[in-house]
Write a protein that binds this ligand. Structure first.
Ligand code: SF4
Ligand code: ZN
Length: 309
């Protein structure tokens, strides 16, 4: 297989794009494509301040790397969750994120959930009785709350996460199976800023997971290989496996599934569009962030509940 650009030996073949590239041209192609998506979906400009949520995994570190290479002002945010899967999952991901920031001379904010609120994520899940065994719903809630809080408090224009196509297609698949109209309406490369909620963007949403792995390896980025120990057996992983089977039989299926959804939504052809009323938001009396629940926001309610047992 030959590189389409230089005719040299290809190191990656992307069947879904009918494109094979050598390492050097692949390392150019990824940022070029990212820039194209940033512009296409109007994510942000060079004048805006971007906060990248970094977990120490390949996608978020690659995103930080790409944005920096493209000349964007991107700082990092690492949330220390206190998850210990026997391999010090959180410590290791924190170490790799710090190393990346130092090696590239980038600014990293670190928020330690336990120091901030008195509980690690697994403990918070136990004491707030929200987890039903797994801490993922508590973790998701805390991450959303903290990312928005930091972005807002520190004056960032936009919050960027490293979700790739496999993540987005799996979420879309789940939302479609359940016909979760509200989630379907909110899913996309850009969630605009609204009433105290920072704009959220996903610049890697059109890259396959294997493309991001290949990028990170080719760039020599050291990332945490292990998934969070609580990810095992999750619905999300099950959907990903189902979509991978589909992709093997029909290369490009995942990309088509996701991009056609975005096109349909943009052209107003998703019938759900018409019936959804916007949830009414008010500021949480505790933390000031917007919420649709009466009185305290879900996050502050969870902390209260944890404290009172
Ligand atoms: Fe949090 Fe994800 Fe781990 Fe669940 S799998 S605890 S959501 S990091
Ligand atoms: Zn609150």
């Amino acid at each position: 297989m030959k590189c389409r650009k230089c005719g040299g030996k290809a190191s990656i073949n992307m069947r879904q794009h009918r494109l094979a590239l050598c390492k050097e041209h692949y390392l150019e192609w990824i940022p070029e494509q990212t820039e194209r998506f940033i512009k296409k979906y109007r994510m942000f400009t060079k004048d805006e301040k971007i906060l990248v949520a970094v977990s120490g995994g390949k996608d978020s570190l690659a995103l930080w790397d790409i944005l920096t290479r493209l000349g964007y002002q991107a700082d990092g945010l690492y949330l220390a969750l206190g998850i210990d899967g026997g391999i010090d999952y959180s410590d290791e991901s924190h170490r790799l994120t710090e190393e990346f920031a130092q090696a590239n001379n980038l600014k990293l904010h670190v928020v330690n959930i336990e120091q901030e609120y008195g509980y690690s994520i697994p403990t918070l899940s136990l004491v707030s009785h929200r987890g039903h065994g797994k801490p993922c719903s508590v973790c998701g809630l805390a991450k959303r709350h903290e990312m928005n809080r930091i972005a807002r408090d520190l004056g960032y224009d936009v919050l960027a996460t490293g979700h790739n196509l496999d993540d987005e297609a799996a979420v879309l698949f789940g939302n479609t199976l359940h016909w979760s109209a509200e989630y379907l309406l909110r899913q996309g490369p850009v969630l605009p800023e609204s009433d105290g909620l920072a704009r959220k963007v996903k610049p890697l949403c059109r890259f396959y997971e294997r493309e991001m792995t290949a990028y990170s390896i080719a760039r020599g980025i050291e990332y945490i290989y292990d998934e969070c120990p609580f990810a095992e057996g999750s619905q999300q992983i099950f959907y990903k496996e189902a979509l991978n089977q589909l992709e093997t039989a029909r290369p490009g299926a995942k990309l088509t599934f996701y991009t056609r959804f975005l096109e349909a939504r943009q052209s107003g052809n998703l019938f759900i569009e018409k019936d959804i009323e916007k949830a009414h938001l008010h500021p949480c009396p505790q933390c000031g962030q917007p919420t649709s629940t009466p009185d305290l926001c879900s996050f502050c309610r969870m902390i209260e509940k944890a404290k009172t047992g």
